[in-house]
Design a binder for this molecule. Structure first.
Ligand SMILES: Nc1nc2c(ncn2[C@@H]2O[C@H](COP(=O)(O)OP(=O)(O)OP(=O)(O)O)[C@@H](O)[C@H]2O)c(=O)[nH]1
Ligand SMILES: [Mg+2]
Length: 454
């Protein structure tokens, strides 16, 4: 696909020491030369060489900004089109002036993800790889970054294409049987065809098995710290973050509003929220709103650290936990202030994993993190899956698996027209994953989640 317009945007976030402006499209070089003033040309004689020069926006405007620029002719470029990148001093003014001038001279401001969309449309990468670019930028943990890297190397695309190819070969067998029913050729038996369909199906099921782990690694988990007032929730938040984020006092009701921070615990990216102590009796409306927010946070969290004070009678707090933690949420009972607990304290059963800690003395944290890790992964596989399977991919894989499932009894009954129809539909589902046939609105949706300049 050839684009006739030339797009430009910042590739770097504002505020850095340097800024990069990227221009892509048939007019990239001409537009760059409208602002480039140097005896060293950017042109075709020196492609892919970083060239020092100046950008001068108006004639007679002094020497102009010192810059570096590089011309990368297509198709051997990120987008597959001609690209020029100009590196200039960061800050608010210099980059904006250069970009404005390029836009005034005929470039169009790139939409979010448009450079990568062009790369995809020009066949530089499949859709799973393009999605991986966004994942790479958005990765909040080392594991998420490594998963995105695997995706960018085409791991999922290769597996999906190979399943698609095998379905194509099975289809060829079935269609020739349908086309030449009279001929007594060496057809494969229905049992053999079923065996082949089953093999493809299980390769897709294997990919689907990595879906939950992929989701945890890519999206992280929402973790709430909740419990009655004054049990040490905010102290625990501070210890997990490694700095004094929340106010801690011995006055019950110190935390009045929810407070969220990002953290990485045991390699898992965590959206960590400290909440106001939950109680039925509130002194005023503000406290009441705070408690409501705590309850809302619990509803949205996948994991809850329910904190108890091990030095006091737990009866009311046990009932509160039972009442407040929504069913299906993975809860861990954290018995804090163990330094004050009576000799030989054993935590009462809550039906959830329990750990005894003292945030004050920083004891029990290893056990707490172990319990968190087990709550997230279960006792199963903690490794990074070979392929990142997003909800979009999983939806298409599930549909492909059920179409292949339908094709099995049809093949056994030698109803080959129906088998062929379902195999074709399964191929179509797989083509949506790699982007060989993906509806334009789905593409727009995927690329709109990118940042501008990528
Ligand atoms: N002895 C002891 N005191 C602790 C421990 N953890 C927290 N505290 C103290 O308990 C008091 C309450 O701590 P916070 O972290 O503010 O408790 P909270 O659950 O956030 O309280 P609210 O925001 O009021 O609901 C403070 O005086 C802390 O210093 C602990 O492990 N041992
Ligand atoms: Mg607090």
């Amino acid at each position: 696909m050839k684009h006739t317009d030339t797009i430009a945007a910042f590739c770097t976030a504002p505020g850095g020491a340097l800024a990069i402006i990227r221009i892509s499209g048939p007019e990239a070089l001409r537009l760059a030369e409208t602002v480039w003033h140097s005896s060293r040309k950017l042109s075709a004689e020196h492609p892919r060489v970083l060239t020092f020069g100046r950008v001068r926006l108006e004639d007679g405007e002094g020497l102009g900004e010192t810059c570096l620029a590089v011309y990368m002719p297509g198709p051997a470029s990120y987008t597959g089109e001609d690209i020029v990148e100009i590196q200039c001093h960061g800050g608010a003014c210099a980059p904006r002036r250069i970009l404005s001038r390029l836009l005034a001279n005929g470039a169009r401001l790139a939409e979010p993800g448009e450079f990568t969309k062009r790369a995809f449309l020009n066949g530089k990468m499949d859709l799973t790889e393009a999605e991986a670019v966004a994942d790479l930028i958005g990765a909040k943990s080392e594991a998420a970054f490594r998963l995105a890297e695997r995706q960018l190397s085409g791991a999922l695309g290769r597996k999906v294409r190979s399943a698609k190819e095998e379905i194509f070969l099975i289809l060829a067998e079935i269609e020739s049987r349908l086309d030449f029913p009279e001929e007594d050729l060496d057809w494969q038996t229905p049992a053999r065809i079923v065996e082949r369909i089953n093999k493809v199906k299980s390769s897709l099921e294997q990919l689907l098995a990595g879906r939950d782990r992929s989701a945890v690694i890519r999206n992280g988990v929402r973790l709430a710290i909740a419990g009655s007032p004054n049990v040490g929730k905010s102290s625990l938040l501070n210890l997990l973050l490694g700095y004094e984020r929340a106010i801690v006092t011995d006055i019950p009701g110190t935390t009045r509003d929810t407070l969220s921070e990002q953290a990485v615990l045991r390699g898992i990216s965590v959206d960590l929220t400290d909440t106001a102590g939950i109680r039925d009796q509130v002194a005023d409306a503000v406290e009441g709103f705070g408690v409501e927010r705590s309850r809302d946070t619990l509803k949205l969290s996948e994991v809850v650290f329910w904190v108890f004070d091990a030095s006091r009678n737990p009866q009311d707090d046990l009932e509160a936990m039972k009442k407040e933690v929504p069913a299906g949420t993975k809860a861990i009972a954290i018995w804090n202030k163990c330094d004050l607990a009576p000799e030989g304290f054993t935590p009462p059963d809550t039906g959830c994993p329990a750990v005894c800690v003292s945030v004050k003395e920083e004891t029990g944290m290893e056990a707490l993190l172990n319990a968190f890790e087990t709550a997230v992964w279960g006792s199963g596989d903690k490794s990074i899956p070979e392929c990142a399977v997003s909800e979009r991919h999983a939806g298409a894989l599930e549909r492909a698996v059920s179409l292949l499932e339908m094709a099995i009894p049809e093949t056994e009954a030698e109803m080959y027209e129906l088998t062929a129809e379902n195999l074709r539909a399964a191929r179509q589902e797989l083509a949506e994953i790699t982007g060989e046939s993906t509806a334009p609105d789905v593409l727009d949706d995927i690329f709109s989640r990118f940042c501008i300049g990528k």
